[in-house]
Design a protein around this ligand. Structure first.
Ligand code: ASP
Length: 355
């Protein structure tokens, strides 16, 4: 489909790497990502479900649909995926074994936002957040109030704890304390060398995971959302950064959008998504702005704990269709998935603190 805003005519280096069915492509202009063209939809998710989600969102954009419609449709696909233990149905529960979901959505065109926190029993929390945004004058509903609101709007209540997530939660409980009575009898407990036991649920070790979806529609309007089951095994009632506008998500129709995953406490204190968008408004590329936010968080902690590198990953897009992605720490460069007039691709960002 032809874009209403002409693509930027940069010289670019495009490297097509075939990896199974996925094409990995990196477009750079002297180290800077080049505009990918409009419309565009991106997600922090890089698995096959992430790709399917983008394809669904892309269909909406190709038919002239809005950025908000496209991101919601894309995110719902990830939210209902039972295999994804970080978002929606199948997400890992809190320490009491209850799945509590957080989500937010923001529409740059109307400067509207909506969010839900600690929402139980609803598979698609971002759709509830969208109704908060469009059908109320509030922004953020939590807990029982959010659930009641969802019921009134016809959302079906379902048990969100899948068998897989329940088993992971029980395994986590078994290993919390070597001196309590969870787990097999004392005389059978020596599991240190039992590799199969430790490898059965790798998700138990990973307390993070969230999805950000950001889009630019054919009219050049920007929208974004963030949806998550939050930190796994969190204290019941804990709300993370994902539903907090400015923290886990921010959109400005004149600039672009940004979203966060990782330990939400740091993202809330730094209002990182807002910071990224503000940096882009000052002329930084999405890539530079994501890195700026991570460096800002490192600077804040420097005085109290110079070795503290929390687990954030940021993704961002600007109005020109440039993208960025950076993570605080790790061994592998972070990636994000993109759907643009050039097709599906993955963009590789940077690590601030390589471990
Ligand atoms: N940011 C989410 C939260 O703190 C969790 C995550 O992305 O891993 O709830």
């Amino acid at each position: 489909m032809s874009s209403s805003i002409s693509r930027r005519n940069f010289f670019y280096r495009g490297v097509g790497l075939s990896a199974g069915t996925l094409m990995l492509r990196h477009f750079k202009v002297f180290g800077r990502p080049v505009g990918q063209g409009l419309p565009m939809i991106v997600t922090s998710h890089t698995n096959l479900t992430g790709q399917k989600a983008l394809e669904a969102g892309w269909d909406v954009l190709q038919q002239g649909g809005s950025a908000v419609d496209a991101i919601e449709k894309a995110a719902n696909i990830i939210e209902v995926d039972p295999e994804d233990t970080s978002v929606g149905y199948g997400g890992l529960p809190n320490e009491a074994g209850v799945v509590q979901l957080d989500a937010s959505i923001m529409d740059g065109k109307t400067y509207n936002a909506g969010a839900v926190g600690c929402l139980e029993n609803i598979k698609t929390p971002v759709s509830v957040a969208r109704i908060v945004m469009e059908r109320t004058d509030h922004i953020f509903l939590v807990g029982q109030g959010a659930l009641q609101f969802a019921r009134e709007w016809g959302f079906r209540e379902e048990n969100l704890l899948t068998e897989k997530a329940r088993k992971i939660w029980l395994r986590w409980k078994e290993n919390l304390n070597p001196d309590d009575d969870w787990g097999p009898p004392d005389h059978l407990r020596n599991r240190k060398n039992d590799q199969a036991y430790w490898e059965e649920f790798p998700e138990m070790e990973n307390h993070h995971g969230t999805v950000n979806v950001l889009a630019l529609d054919p009219q050049g309007n920007v929208a974004g959302l963030t949806t998550t089951s939050g930190l796994s095994f969190k204290i019941p009632g804990r709300v993370g950064d994902s539903p907090i506008i400015g923290a886990g998500l921010y959109v400005d129709n004149e600039v672009g959008a940004a979203g966060a995953t990782g330990r939400g406490e740091d993202v809330i204190k730094s209002l990182a998504s807002y910071y990224i968008v503000a940096r882009m408004a000052d002329g930084r590329t999405p890539q530079e702005a994501c890195e700026d936010a991570l460096n800002m968080i490192i600077r804040k902690y420097k005085k109290v704990n110079p070795d503290f590198y929390p687990s954030e990953k940021f993704v961002a897009i600007n109005k020109s269709g440039e993208v960025g992605c950076a993570t605080m720490r790790g061994r592998h460069n972070p990636k994000m998935s993109l759907m643009t007039p050039r097709g599906f691709s993955k963009y590789e960002g940077t690590i601030i603190h390589r471990t």
